[in-house]
Design a binder for this molecule. Structure first.
Ligand SMILES: Cc1ncc(COP(=O)(O)O)c(C=O)c1O
Length: 423
């Protein structure tokens, strides 16, 4: 029998089928098609509560703001805000999704290393909790648009080289994010002199998929050298397991160490914000594909009906996954590259992976795809972006429907003009 430990907690084998939240994946494929993102809704809710209860039981002024970028859908916001999470949004687009999902504006923190006027204006109009000043230009922009004193945090780049993929590290020297430590005094002075800016505290985020908790402790210690503030937003970054051999701290271990470091270095009365993304949503989500072709060309290629159009994790970061062929539980395994249907050799979901008895038409589950897959879904080769389905209590609920061919053509202005000319 396969290792189910990477699947959502409610996953159970049911003969040749697999159920999530009590609902059959075979039926999901029939009702909603493939590829499709499927979530265990109870697990999402449980993880959100673990963060919120785990933080507030250790630190009274604690806030958990879900990093919307990891799954930017109003349907996801509705689930997580319903459990009491606030939001971290980047720019007007994520703010719009957050508000549409019912998030309380006051619980929202806006980031962005290059905010536009429109981002700042929308944040001000919505009256969000904090705008994070990412550089000197943000001070000018907020000053230009704000009509009342606006609570802000200053993003600091603490010079911590986190042990994650280079593209996911954000707190090191030379980062495009935040203000380097040596420029912090000047940034603070500029903000204190700006009548419309109310500097409440500091923010740092050192990177994503971090499993070494010492790095978060180092982040806290680095912030403590920059003065005393009422608010500290420590970002997200907690890593998760993608393969059976991976080790990642759980939410409680992370919060225990983080809050202990905060109490030691920053104090017990401060407002403490964390912004988890991946660690809330990744383990609760899977992608369901169907196998389209199998080739033996020096190596075995098992090709599914998605790929780079819905999962860029391997091409961008080398992130490997642990796929399962639904229903072939006890069949002999083959070593294959699980590839997509897009037009380049880099279109790989995971190379060199063991798959049990794959055949054309079989369903393949790729676990731990709840974060950073949907958000980067694209129209490569005219792909239509996949739907999102939430399963709980034996029911499946569509959160986002599949993009339609009409939507694909709707933005083609030239096409409409030539069609008019033809009339
Ligand atoms: C400012 C900020 N906060 C939070 C996050 C969420 O990180 P993660 O999904 O690793 O928890 C990110 C993502 O990189 C980020 O840039």
């Amino acid at each position: 029998m396969p290792d189910l430990s990477l699947l959502p907690t409610s996953a159970v084998i049911d003969g040749a089928d697999l159920r999530i939240g009590g609902y059959s994946l075979t039926e999901i494929a029939m009702e909603f098609g493939t590829p499709v993102f499927v979530f265990d809704e109870q697990q999402l809710r449980a993880r959100a509560r673990s963060f919120l209860d785990g933080l507030t039981s250790r630190h009274a002024r604690g806030r958990v703001c879900f990093a919307t970028k990891s799954f930017p859908s109003a349907s996801m916001v509705a689930v997580l805000a319903g459990e009491g999470l606030g939001l971290d949004v980047v720019g007007a687009g994520e703010l719009r999704l957050g508000l549409a999902g019912g998030a309380d504006p006051n619980s929202i923190v806006m980031h962005g290393n290059a905010k536009s006027d429109a981002d700042i204006e929308m944040a001000l109009d919505a009256g969000i909790g904090y705008i994070v000043v990412d550089g000197f230009d943000d001070i000018d922009r907020i000053s230009a648009f704000a009509r009342r004193r606006t609570p802000v945090l200053l993003r600091v780049s603490p010079g911590i080289e986190s042990s994650t993929h280079a593209a996911l590290a954000t707190g090191g020297k030379g980062s495009k994010f935040g203000v380097p430590v040596e420029q912090v005094p000047e940034a603070i002075a500029r903000m204190r002199a700006a009548p419309m800016i109310d500097l409440r505290g500091l923010h740092a985020h050192i990177g994503s998929q971090i499993t070494d908790l010492e790095q978060f402790e180092a982040e806290v210690a680095a912030l403590a050298t920059l003065g005393k503030f009422d608010v500290y937003d420590l970002g997200g970054g907690l890593g998760v397991r993608y393969e059976p051999g991976d080790v990642a701290p759980d939410i409680d271990e992370y919060l225990e160490r983080l809050v202990a470091a905060v109490h030691e270095h920053l104090g017990e009365d401060i407002e403490l914000i964390v912004e988890p993304g991946r660690s809330v949503v990744a383990p609760a989500g899977i992608t369901l594909y169907r196998i389209l072709t199998i080739k033996h060309a020096g190596r075995m290629h098992v090709a599914v009906d998605g790929g780079m159009g819905d999962n860029l994790e391997y091409p961008l970061y080398g992130q490997r996954f642990t796929p399962l062929v639904v229903g072939r539980w006890d069949e002999p395994e083959v070593l294959a590259d699980l590839v997509g249907r897009h037009c380049e050799s880099g279109d790989v979901v995971t190379p060199d992976v063991r798959l049990a008895g794959p055949r054309i038409g079989d369903l393949v589950v790729v676990p731990v795809t709840g974060a950073y897959c949907f958000t980067m879904a694209n129209n490569y080769n005219g792909a239509l972006r996949p739907p999102v389905v939430y399963c709980a209590d034996g029911r499946a609920r569509l959160g986002v429907r599949r993009e339609t061919p009409d939507e694909q053509l709707a933005r083609e202005v030239g096409l409409l003009a030539s069609a008019r000319r033809a009339d």
